[in-house]
Design a protein around this ligand. Sequence first.
Ligand code: ZN
Ligand code: ZN
Length: 953
Amino acid sequence: MLETSLREGLAQIIGVSTTTLMPHDLPKAYDPAAIEDHWAEYWVREKLFAQPTPARDANQGLDGQSLTILLPPPNVTGNLHMGHMFEHTESDILIRWRRMRGDQVLWVPGTDHAGIATQMLVERQIASEGVTRQQMGREAFVERVWQWRQHYGGAILGQMKRLGASVDWSREYFTMDEKLSVAVREAFVRLHEQNLIYRGAYIVNWCPRCQTAISDLEVVHEEQKGHLWEIRYPVIDTDGKDTGEFITVATTRPETMLGDVAVAIHPEDERYLQLHGKKLRLPLVSRVIPIILDEWVSRDFGTGAVKVTPAHDPNDFAIGERHHLPSINVMDAEGRINAEGGAYAGLDRYAARKKIVADLEAQGLLAGIKDHTNNVGHCDRCKTTVEPRLSTQWFIKIQPLADKAIAAVKQDAQGNKAIRIVPDQYEKVYLEWMENIHDWCISRQLWWGHRIPAWHCSACHKITVARVDPAVCAHCGSEKITQETDVLDTWFSSGLLPVSVFGWPNITAENRGDFDAFYPTSLLVTGFDILFFWVARMIMFGCWFAADVPMPNGSARSLTDSVPFREVYIHALIRDANREKMSKTKGNVVDPIEIVKTYGTDAVRFTLASMASPGTDIAFNVARTEGYRAFANKIWNAARFLFMNVDRAAEAGIKVDLNTLGGMPIFDENASLDTRWIITELHTAAQLVSEELQTYRFDKAASTIYQFFWGSFCDWYLEIVKLRLNFETDKDGSKAALTTLLQVFEASLRLLSPFMPFLTEEIWHAVYDGASPAKSIALTPYPQSGYDAHTERDLNALVEMQLLQELISIVRATRKDAGVEEKAAIPIEVRIAAANRALIEANAAIVEKLARVSEIRFVAELSSGLPKSSTSTFDVAVVYERTVDVAAERERLAKEIAKYEKGLLSAERQLENEGFRAKAPAHVIEGLVKQEAETRLLLEKARAALDNLNKGR
Ligand SMILES: [Zn+2]
Ligand SMILES: [Zn+2]
């Protein structure tokens, strides 16, 4: 009780809430579930990752020391999947790392209103209540969607909170928010004023289920088995009578013949020369249609005659434009035949198809039916077969915007790029798409979204586009105006996000702080799948609209400063363990939330990071997560070992000054080898991690930390330092050792923190036993290497330790081979150069402890008959009485010799290969030469041992 109240008192003094106080008596077992919820909630509640608007001028010249990332907004309907978790892990590692380095960081979260997806979801919901949206009416339906969003929307952000994403929650946006809607309206009106928005009849991909136009990008093509119907169209004479001749056309959609307005043939197709200028009678409809000549028609395909249906096929639409043909739309919005279809009116498109084929057959006009595999477009949202259909839509004239967006990514004359795309292979993909871009159809026939701010006048039939809802027509003053029913494509609003979240278009002298501080953003981390949907559109809109915002000093904004982000990092795809794409139909989807429940967030994050290298897809394997769970457990146990010793020290009246923690430990000349070594290793690891994160090598950075923490720190250093913790007999020595131990451990936690934020937060607070110097480890300095300042003595520590490690490892292996009982301490013989002998003598205690050696005998020649091993620097034997099985030993040596010979041969072959030598980097060649020499030495030793064995007996 007393202890608890002391902690609370302390908490009040240092201004930290009591829940953050972790006593260092950690529970015995590492249980991520027990610590993660708590910290996730704490980070959000304490607003630790909020980045307020910097004071004016404070942000000048911060470029390079700031990192601003806009979260690709998940759909408000969405749930977190592995791809999200991967993307968030990469972003969060960068953000946490740079925050700890003292940079100004901001990661902005939000959700997208997701027009089609959300509308579909709510439509399904009201359908279960027996109501359609049409019965409900537009206003009530939209109100219902808002209610849905209020109660269920944005679940994914809750998941992000739980997974510890260090975003600034105070800046959370929703693309339908008032602030962002103002930007959408301004962008539309401005583009309209600039004559870059027009309305026109165009063939669009129509989803009869969603009843809206959808973009090319939202159509999923799938091979499907279908038929090719061949239909005979009778040729007629000038009086309109059948001549008895026919032209046969082929189609995969016979129902569209109801809208045919011509049949096209190639002008030089010899089969049809006699038909030039003739007319045809369209079967079933009896419309007279012309035979037209068009070079686009391929003579080799099918019969060489093509039916032309401008209202239902993009190619036919183009032919229709060239030949000034009418467009006859024969389908309504739900995919039923309309009044234009005569006898078939009212039939669903597939029912009409059946009847039409039957009728044609009855009239002897069906020439044949062939099996045919075709590529059918489906609605990405609802999987309904898309119907190409003529409709009136709103478009953006894309050219001037696309030109800027190309210039922003292409290298300029000075060799600079305003936007860098990483990995750079995607730059080409982006430019190719942008150079062939079509006008962007921005209207959608939905109710949920930003309604187009255009009003139709029924008096003069002109359109009024306005920033403020008009009461009368701007052209004739009539009050008979009605607002356009279409809404804007969802990507119109998300394309504006980089400007709109920072206040555009209302950038005034007073409120431009955010825009000045955070625009352009530094980096976009995203997937390839939305490169065109979103990334390209943000670049177009950013370059276009930000260009009009003057720089803080009033000067004009260049293209370089108009871009929405300076760099785009396209991350890899997550596949299953067998490298298959995850899909619901295959049933191989890994749910990140389930994996997190089993292994903890930190282990899953570490798995993702450890596999993340630019341009390489990830085969997610839960076995690795299990391994990283063990890694977390290892660190947990190391912490417990440390705290146990802190308590033991305290009992002996030794207390480490916690104020000496929190920086980068350094050592003086007199420090022990293990101290010099572990500190040097820490500096080296810190240096590497920083270099690796700068180039998005999350995998290498994770591996560096893993090897340092598990290998160097836990496996070696902890074992060695135990020798120095003799609190009763050596107070000064053990205090120094314990201090180094705590300093290195605390710094290692900070090094690991961006990768495993929960585990490190928990243990870090425990290190300070309730008196943490900051509210979170995430707000402490990242370990930065002072490696350059150390150099030679650091390298010495590494080289010396390496020799000790080698000796210990070989003694352990030799003991094992010789069958020495595990716990038995036995003498060893070592043959080694005098210079190295001193090193081993000075650190004999370490060798004795770690290799269970009772005595180290330095000898000129190893005694014969002992189990022995050799390296290029020393020979070692374990003094162990055993009956030597000569045959077995001979076999072992023979195997060893064969192995060395093989290794030598392969090294020689490589070194003799001129092509290899020309291409390989110098250090690789050097390494090979060294390895070859070492192998040769080992081979000689093994041969000598075999000789001795043969001579001895
Ligand atoms: Zn659909
Ligand atoms: Zn008017």
